[in-house]
Ligand binder design. Structure first.
Ligand code: SAH
Ligand code: SF4
Ligand code: F3S
Length: 464
């Protein structure tokens, strides 16, 4: 085999497919940033790629199964590549990798490498090992241990004006239905200085809006920057206030939060910190106290509603979002009705709802009273009908209002721009491309379930 030249290196194609939550989206971007300096070039499709990474999600059974069907589709592509004298290295990363480990390669021998969410920074070294085992020439970069350290913090390449920034990872809550504490490990918060440096670099590349990510982002408890409040830790509110001072950053969001970690300082920040957007994703999962207890959520339905009432006192227009699970073991019709009542009481701007999925290794999987599939489907349909009506009503309530929109891209139709309202609604509006990357005032003219149509306050108009 001949050693790689810089010419062949520039031709190595990398395809990453991302499943699951925004933290996986962030991790995929970081893997890409880690591999670009090693001569990989991002590709739009897996056909002919030298390296394919499936960044997987284990949250529900369907999510995990998708990985195996995708691996089935990759097998002939890998064989084609081999027949043409090349190699396609297939890597499974993310939460399925963590949960199933070596079992993946047993079930799908097409996989060359399995790497969990905590170890993906070792990808270059691991890929080098696969190449070595195949008897292929090594890239010199792969051999230099110290280079890996340098690569642990590669420059982020961002496209566009919004970016995710992981500030916290892992979860210590152990809700009885959930795999995340097992796949992502214990809670860990990144030091504030590291986050600040990352956000400054994003702002310098034109990013205007950041979304701080964590499985339990509001449990953030990070080391303060040197010279600030030595000894104490910073909570999320303190971090947000600090990041809000960075020039260029106009909007800050965070997700996902747990009701029990919404402290006073964070609630108050919705009133005082202008850059913190009036939108909060705060999953409750169920409206029944009996089910919440079995889920190990450690809060009641009334405590959740009281928390939102306080948020609305501070910030009356705050848009609420949530997650719901129907059909948790033991859920009776009366428990489900309690969920519907809670939804009626809160009024959501958007929400995600799921049928309970039995996850091996979680306490819920072993509980008595597993709910029939047909019952779950029927409850989910009723819940989603209610949530859809609320989302539609929330959007309709915007018609006639004037809102600041961050324009992010050109719209589907010529001359149209696409952006987001403070409440995270998609907004379409005719306007000059020069507005992309800027915030401009619009008047909302129309609303559908998923988008708003608007006109720029200096003229042009369009429909949703
Ligand atoms: N850390 C976040 C997100 C967890 S995963 C939180 O605490 O809310 C996102 C959502 O997936 C959860 O909020 C829950 O609604 C859903 N989910 C998690 N495990 C599930 C399971 N076993 N079955 C169905 N839905 C599940
Ligand atoms: Fe899962 Fe509960 Fe942790 Fe959220 S808080 S990640 S639902 S265990
Ligand atoms: Fe899925 Fe892992 Fe995120 S299980 S939801 S990708 S933390």
């Amino acid at each position: 085999m001949t050693p790689s030249t810089s010419e062949t290196k520039s031709r190595k194609r990398l395809f990453i497919r991302t499943y699951g939550c925004q933290m996986n989206v962030y991790d995929s971007e970081r893997m890409r940033d880690l591999l670009i300096p090693l001569g990989y070039e991002p590709a739009e499709a897996p056909e002919g790629a030298d390296l394919v990474i499936l960044n997987t999600c284990h949250i529900r059974e369907k999510a995990a199964e998708k990985v195996y069907s995708e691996l089935g589709r990759l097998k002939p592509l890998k064989e084609e590549k081999q027949a043409a004298g090349g190699q396609m290295t297939i890597t499974v990363a993310g939460c399925v990798a963590q949960a199933e480990g070596a079992e993946i390669q047993r079930r799908a021998p097409v996989v060359d490498l399995v790497v969990g969410p905590q170890t993906y920074h070792r990808l270059p070294e691991l890929i080098a090992r696969v190449h070595r085992e195949r008897g292929e020439a090594l890239e010199t970069e792969f051999e230099a241990e110290e280079k890996f350290d340098a690569l642990a913090a590669p420059k982020r390449h961002v496209e566009g004006y919004t970016a995710f920034v992981t500030v916290q990872e892992g979860c210590d809550k152990f809700c009885s239905f959930c795999v995340v504490p097992y796949t992502r490990g214990a809670e860990y918060s990144r030091p504030a200085a590291q986050i600040t440096a990352e956000v400054r670099a994003l702002a310098a590349q034109g990013v205007r809006e950041i979304t701080l990510l964590g499985q339990n982002v509001n449990a953030y408890s990070g080391e303060p920057p040197a010279g600030e409040e030595a000894g104490g830790r910073w909570g999320l509110a303190r971090l947000i206030r600090h990041l809000a001072l960075i020039g260029g950053i106009e909007r800050i969001r965070f997700t996902t939060s747990h009701p029990n970690d919404m402290d006073d300082e964070l609630i108050t920040a919705f009133g005082g910190e202008e850059k913190l957007m009036p939108y909060l994703h705060l999953p409750v999962q169920s409206g029944s106290d009996r089910i919440l207890k079995a889920m190990n959520r450690k809060h009641s339905s009334a405590q959740y509603a009281a928390l939102i009432a306080r948020l609305r006192e501070i910030r009356p227009d705050i848009a609420m979002s949530g997650d719901f699970i129907v059909g948790f073991p033991g859920e009776q019709e009366s428990d489900f009705e309690a969920t519907l009542r809670l939804v009626e009481e809160i009024g959501y701007a958007s929400a995600f709802s799921f049928k309970y999925s039995r996850r091996p290794g979680t306490p819920g999987a072993a509980m008595a009273g597993q709910v029939d599939e047909a019952v779950m489907a029927e409850r989910l349909a009723r819940l989603q009908a209610l949530l859809d009506t609320q989302q539609q009503a929330f959007n309709a309530s915007m018609v006639g209002r004037k809102l600041p929109v961050l324009f992010e891209r050109e719209g589907r139709n010529p001359g149209q721009l696409g952006g987001r309202s403070p409440y995270l609604q998609a907004v379409h509006c005719d306007g000059p491309t020069g507005l992309i990357g800027h915030i401009a005032m619009v008047e909302i003219l129309s609303a559908s379930k998923n988008a708003l149509g608007a006109r720029l306050l200096n003229g042009e108009s369009c429909a949703a």
